[in-house]
Design a protein around this ligand. Structure first.
Ligand SMILES: C[S@@+](CC[C@H](N)C(=O)[O-])C[C@H]1O[C@@H](n2cnc3c(N)ncnc32)[C@H](O)[C@@H]1O
Length: 431
């Protein structure tokens, strides 16, 4: 049987050393732990990754020599220990002793003294350990991303960095076909679960703290779904109406497909595509839980090979992107994403927009969305598209949320608020 610190160190070693994703690795290591230790394990994985670049820069001088790749688990045990000392209320002696003990359990007794010495130094020096870090390291972002965000949002950059390092809120979308938001809020309160209205989504509730979905009233029956407030805003922008044919071009895991079907139950058809067959299965699971129906297909939306020639009245392109607006939910992205990925993603987004435009009916509407805060994937992608298509019009989004940018509206991630998200609305000239 493992312990949460060891499991967290092994999870981090796979992410840092082998480029694994947090979502995959988290589950693999979690199964080795008893139920009552899993939330600490998750907190250590997520929290240490959010603080990774800051801890990495501060701890580097504490190692007298670089460790071998096979001892990355030991290095990560130190990071997990330091994360607990600086960012949690775990008593210091427990944080230090459990990490030292962890080295023994990993059959690396030689490392126990080193871990003890480094963590005691962290305890002794406290915040002094972080003095003199570069602005990027101090904000726990890689240099390229710190620079890209600072350039794009000079006024708001610090707020973005802080939000990226915070715990994300836990939001629900109440299924309008089952109950209204206030009735569900009462049902939550009756179960002792505190929640309040989301500021901008009429169907959104924000829980005071995260709970397992199994404890949400009516979850299995489809009364609610977990979805951030920013993602919930897409249905209003689609301007749905009975009888429309709607395409969700990048649908998995299906949050927005289901939101569309809940928002307008009298649509003619919803087609949900995704290039990843395994992820598309999650769309089908979500549809089943919510009692909804869509035509799901594995397809590459950057081509029209899958298309039967029948136009869509509405298209949602929730495009693959850098996910730089949701770093707090996917903290491994700050290790895996590279500066050069952004141009590649922008090229793919442009290709998808061009292909999907052909599938849109004259007079139809396409909503382009990303969870990125980088203009290259947002207003610039849309601007370049508009320059290529003379039958495309940009419709300005008038909303109480987000910031108006040249071609769309940008929500910046906020501590205690929505994720970072971008929306643009495009309409096609009538024939
Ligand atoms: C941002 S996620 C979509 C989230 C989803 N709309 C939701 O709300 O649950 C982007 C999705 O695009 C898919 N994707 C990436 N490239 C694609 C392509 N060429 N064609 C279709 N889907 C693609 C990915 O597999 C991923 O599931």
């Amino acid at each position: 049987m493992s312990c949460p610190r060891i499991a967290a160190a092994q999870c981090l070693a796979a992410i840092v050393g082998d480029g694994q994703s947090l979502s995959r690795q988290l589950t693999i290591n979690e199964t080795k732990l008893p139920e009552n230790q899993r939330s600490l394990y998750r907190e250590l994985c997520y929290g240490t990754l959010r603080q990774y670049w800051r801890l990495d820069a501060a701890l580097k001088p504490c190692f007298s020599r670089p460790l071998k790749k096979r001892d990355l688990d030991i290095k990560m045990l130190v990071y997990v220990g330091a994360y607990q000392l600086f960012h949690t209320r775990v008593p210091h002696h427990a944080a230090i002793n459990s990490c030292v003990e962890g080295a023994r359990k990993l059959n690396k007794k030689w490392a126990a003294g080193m871990i003890n010495a480094i963590l005691r130094r962290c305890q002794r020096e406290g915040d002094e350990l972080f003095e003199g870090l570069s602005p990027a390291a101090a904000s726990s972002h890689p240099q390229w991303l710190h620079q890209a965000i600072s350039r794009a949002w000079p006024e708001a950059a610090d707020q973005i960095f802080t939000a990226n390092n915070s715990h994300p809120p836990f939001c629900l979308r109440v299924n309008a076909q089952h109950s209204d938001r206030d009735a569900y809020l009462d049902a939550l309160r009756a179960e002792g679960i505190g929640a309040s209205h989301c500021a901008f989504s009429a169907r959104g509730l924000r829980l005071d703290q995260a709970v397992p979905v199994s404890s949400l009233p009516g979850f299995a029956e489809g009364s609610v779904s977990v979805q951030d407030e920013a993602a919930q805003l897409c249905t209003d922008l689609l301007d749905l109406a009975p009888g429309q044919r709607v395409l969700d071009a990048c649908a998995a895991p299906g949050g927005k497909t289901c939101a569309i079907l809940e928002a307008e139950p009298a649509l003619d058809e919803v087609v949900a595509l995704d290039v990843d067959g395994q992820r598309l299965e999650r769309v089908e699971d979500n549809l089943e839980r919510l009692g909804l129906r869509a035509s799901c297909a594995v397809a590459d939306a950057s081509t029209t090979d899958w298309w039967d020639g029948r136009h869509f009245d509405r298209i949602l392109l929730d495009a693959p992107c850098s996910a730089t607006g949701v770093l707090r939910r996917n903290p491994d992205i700050r290790l895996h994403r590279r500066a050069e990925d952004i141009a590649e993603l922008a090229a793919l987004q442009g290709k998808m927009l061009d292909a999907l435009w052909q599938c849109l009916a004259p007079g139809g509407r396409l909503v382009y969305a990303t969870c990125s805060v980088l203009p290259a994937e947002n207003t610039s992608s849309v601007g370049a598209f508009l320059a290529r298509h003379s039958d495309a019009r940009h419709i300005e989004i008038k909303a109480p949320w987000g910031l108006n940018v040249e071609f769309g509206r940008q929500i910046l991630p906020q501590t205690d608020g929505a994720d970072g998200f971008f929306y643009a609305v495009l309409s096609k000239d009538a024939a």
